[in-house]
Design a protein around this ligand. Structure first.
Ligand SMILES: C[S@@+](CC[C@H](N)C(=O)[O-])C[C@H]1O[C@@H](n2cnc3c(N)ncnc32)[C@H](O)[C@@H]1O
Length: 433
C-alpha cells in the first residue's frame, strides 16, 4: 500500500521542487509544491514522493496556464505566479553569490520575458505507429509530449509543427527518433534536424519542399549520433540575424539567447556595468563570445578581443567585418587565455556555458583584471566561479537577473565584480594587489 503523509513545504530547492519536511524528519523534494504550503504526498512503488493534494495553498499559487502542464516537461513552475518566480530566481542568484563569499550583496535589477516570446527550442521527435510526435520530453521520462500548444514559445515556431509532423513522418531517415533544433532568426526559422538514420535522396526533396512552402531559409541535417557540423539539406534563401544593428549569418544550430527581449536585457546589463572611463581605444577581453551577441554592442564602446570555441560561430563573428573586433577560435577549457594577458585588460567579460568557466576562471583570478563581468545561466556554476573572485579580492558591484526561460527554474544573471585596490587573500598578502 502507498504511504501517505501530510507535511509542510519548507523552501524551493534549486531545481524548483519544494523541500517537504517528512514526519520522520527527512526532507523529500517534490515537484508542484510551493514554499509555505501544507501538502499531502503519496509515496509511489519506486519510493518517490508525489503531490496528491495541496491542503493550505501559498498565495503565490496560480492555475497553470498551459493544458499540457504536468505532461510536457518544459515548464515545471507554472503553478507559481510569474512575479513570485522572478523573486525566487533573484534570491537564488543572491544566495549563490553569498555562498561564493560576497557581502554585501547589491539589490539586483530584475526583468522577465513575456509569454509567447521564446525564439529557440530543441524538440524531440518520436515515430509512433499512427503519428509523428514532436515536443519536449515528459518530466523524468523518455516519452515525448506532443506539443500542440505552448504559451512560452513564439507562435511562429508553433505554427510550423503540423507541417513538420507530416514531412518528418514521410522521411526514411527517421526510423524511430529524431530531434529538431529551431532558432527563429530575423530571416525566419532556421532548422537543424538530427535523425537516427542517414538522409536519403527522397528525404532531401521533401525537406526542400517543406522549406519552400513554409518560408524556411535553411534546414541543416546531421545524424543523431554524429558529432560533426550539420550539412545543409535545404537552402531556400539567405540566413541573417541582426545584433545591435550589425548583420551576421549564424551557422546552423548557433547559440541564440532565448528571446529577443532577454538578449537586449543582457546586453544592456553588460553595457551598463562597463566603467565610465572606458575609452574607444581600450581593449577589453570577451570569453565565450558566440556569434557576437555581446561583442558587437561592446565594439561601439571599445575594442574587443573575443574568444569563442565553436569555429563556425567564430567565423560568423569574423565575417561581420568589424575592424574593432579581433575574434579567435579557441577551446578555453583546454587552452585558457592566460593570467598575464587578462591582467592588462580593463574589463574581462565572460558568458560561459552551463558548466561554468572551469580552468579559465583560475586564470582570471590570477590575472586580477580591474573588472570582471560574468554572464551566468547557472547559479551553481556562478557560485563556484565567483568564489575564486571573492578569494582574489573582488567586490560585487552589480547584479541583473533576467528570467528568460519563463515558468522554468532556469536563471540568467549578469554580475559585475570590481578588484579592490588593496587586497590580502586568505592565503596571504597579494603580490599584484
Ligand atoms: C552561453 S553561450 C554565450 C554566447 C554569446 N555570449 C551569446 O550571448 O550569444 C556560451 C558560448 O560558449 C561557447 N563555448 C562552450 N564551451 C567552450 C569552450 N570550451 N571554449 C570556448 N568557447 C566555448 C559556446 O560555443 C557558446 O557560444
Amino acid at each position: 500500500m502507498n504511504t501517505v503523509v501530510e507535511a509542510p513545504v519548507l523552501y524551493l530547492a534549486a531545481q524548483g521542487d519544494g523541500a517537504v519536511r517528512l514526519p520522520d524528519g527527512q526532507v523529500a523534494y517534490c515537484p508542484g509544491t510551493l514554499a509555505g504550503e501544507r501538502v499531502r504526498l503519496i509515496q509511489d512503488a519506486a519510493g518517490i514522493w508525489r503531490l496528491d493534494t495541496v491542503l493550505d495553498a501559498s498565495p503565490d499559487r496560480v492555475t497553470p496556464p498551459c493544458p499540457l502542464f504536468g505532461t510536457c516537461g518544459g515548464c515545471s513552475m507554472q503553478q507559481m505566479q510569474p512575479a513570485a518566480l522572478l523573486d525566487w530566481k533573484a534570491s537564488k542568484v543572491r544566495h549563490a553569490l553569498q555562498k561564493a563569499g560576497f557581502a554585501p550583496i547589491p539589490e539586483p535589477t530584475c526583468t522577465q520575458v513575456p509569454p509567447y516570446s521564446r525564439r529557440r527550442v530543441d524538440l524531440a521527435v518520436r515515430r509512433m505507429p499512427d503519428a509523428m510526435l514532436i515536443g519536449l520530453h515528459a518530466r523524468g521520462s523518455k516519452a515525448v509530449a506532443d506539443m500542440t500548444v505552448c504559451p512560452a514559445l513564439n507562435p511562429d515556431i508553433l505554427r510550423l509543427l503540423p507541417a513538420f509532423r507530416t514531412t518528418l513522418r514521410s522521411l526514411q531517415a527517421i526510423r524511430s527518433e529524431a530531434s529538431l533544433h529551431i532558432n527563429l532568426f530575423d530571416s525566419g526559422p532556421d532548422i537543424v534536424l538530427l535523425t537516427d538514420s542517414p538522409l536519403q535522396a527522397p528525404d532531401r526533396i521533401r525537406l526542400a519542399r517543406l522549406a519552400e512552402e513554409h518560408g524556411i531559409p535553411r534546414i541543416g541535417w546531421r545524424l543523431l549520433k554524429g558529432d560533426g557540423e550539420p550539412e545543409t539539406a535545404a537552402q531556400n534563401g539567405p540566413v541573417f540575424q541582426s545584433i545591435a544593428g550589425h548583420r551576421i549569418t549564424p551557422p546552423p544550430g548557433a547559440f541564440l539567447q532565448a528571446t529577443a527581449r532577454s538578449e537586449h536585457s543582457i546586453q544592456q546589463a553588460v553595457m551598463a556595468a562597463l566603467p565610465a572611463r572606458l575609452g574607444r581605444r581600450d581593449n577589453v577581453i570577451e570569453l565565450y563570445a558566440g556569434c557576437g551577441t555581446l561583442t558587437l554592442p561592446l565594439s561601439e564602446r571599445c575594442r574587443v578581443m573575443a574568444y569563442e570555441g565553436h569555429a563556425p560561430a567564430c567565423a560568423a563573428l569574423k565575417a561581420a567585418g568589424n575592424t574593432r573586433i579581433q575574434a579567435q577560435c579557441r577551446d578555453l577549457n583546454r587552452q585558457p587565455v592566460m593570467a598575464k594577458d587578462l591582467a592588462k585588460a580593463p574589463v574581462v567579460i565572460l558568458d560561459p556555458p552551463h558548466a561554468g568557466a572551469k580552468l579559465q576562471m583560475r586564470q582570471i583570478a590570477q590575472g586580477r583584471p580591474a573588472q570582471v563581468i560574468y554572464v551566468s545561466c547557472n547559479p551553481a556554476a556562478l557560485s563556484k566561479d565567483a568564489a575564486l573572485l571573492a578569494e582574489a579580492g573582488y567586490r560585487l558591484d552589480s547584479i541583473a537577473v533576467i528570467d528568460q526561460f519563463l515558468w522554468s527554474a532556469e536563471t540568467e544573471a549578469v554580475c559585475s565584480f570590481i578588484r579592490e585596490s588593496s587586497h590580502r587573500s586568505r592565503s596571504g598578502p597579494s603580490r599584484s594587489g
